[in-house]
Write a protein that binds this ligand. Structure first.
Ligand code: CYC
Length: 197
């Protein structure tokens, strides 16, 4: 993917997002969730990366998913590697207090193998899914699952659809049963995205 498209994707993803509209429309199916993608300093990976907190709106201070995403440009796509923090505790809340992210170093990060997303641009939209192979293992409530994830990124909103499936029966074990989450941008951090790759 050409560098300017990679930067456009990063700028569109940089922000605080909420599915409030969807959660009010279909409260039985969608909790109200916030996803905050905070750009990290260029030097961390010598490239584009984000610190991510995903939380129930009512428990914003205790996110249920804290990750780092690293963009790896490819010939005609961008690979987004997903990382966990070995010690997330000192960083909780830093998505909205970005000066604290200066303390984040690579030795605190562990890549989730098999869990990279592959995104391509089509007609001014970025679409992607988990890398093939059913290799993204997620253990929830003591049960093994593999992740199927799809994402679509627009200017000002994104859609995501994460589900876990049983490795033996391919039955869905967790995630949305009513289609994708629809997130609208509430804050814009695009000016914090590095201006080069
Ligand atoms: C897991 N969500 C994941 C994983 C990926 C993504 C790759 C597996 C690795 C991990 O545990 O982090 C999704 N990663 C992405 C997307 C991008 C990316 C979309 C593109 C930018 O780089 N997910 C939602 C809903 C919510 C949700 C709002 C309710 C279904 O979009 C939850 N995602 C969710 C959960 C997990 C997950 C609960 C498993 C985390 C775990 O328990 O380990």
């Amino acid at each position: 993917m050409n560098p300017s498209a990679v930067l456009t994707l990063a700028r569109w993803m940089a922000g605080d997002f909420s599915n409030r509209v969807q959660a009010f429309r279909e409260p039985a199916f969608f909790s109200q969730i916030r996803v905050c993608h905070r750009p990290l300093p260029y030097d961390l990976f010598k490239g584009i990366s984000f610190y991510v907190e995903q939380a129930y709106d009512v428990f914003l201070d205790t996110p249920y998913r804290v990750r780092v995403l690293h963009f790896v440009p490819q010939e005609d796509a961008v690979l987004i590697e997903n990382y966990v923090l070995n010690d997330p505790q000192p960083f909780i809340g830093a998505a909205r207090e970005p000066h604290r992210l200066q303390q984040l170093t690579r030795d605190n990060l562990e890549q989730l193998v098999g869990c990279s997303m592959i995104l391509r641009e089509m007609n001014g939209v970025f679409c992607g899914s988990i890398e093939p192979g059913k290799g993204c293992k997620v253990v929830r409530k003591g049960q093994d699952s593999y992740l199927v994830s799809e994402v679509e990124v627009h200017n000002g909103k994104f859609f995501s659809y994460d589900r876990g499936f049983d490795p033996n029966t391919d039955q869905q074990l967790w995630g949305s049963y009513a289609g994708r989450f629809e997130f609208d941008q509430w804050s814009d951090f695009s000016l914090e995205v590095p201006s080069f790759l």
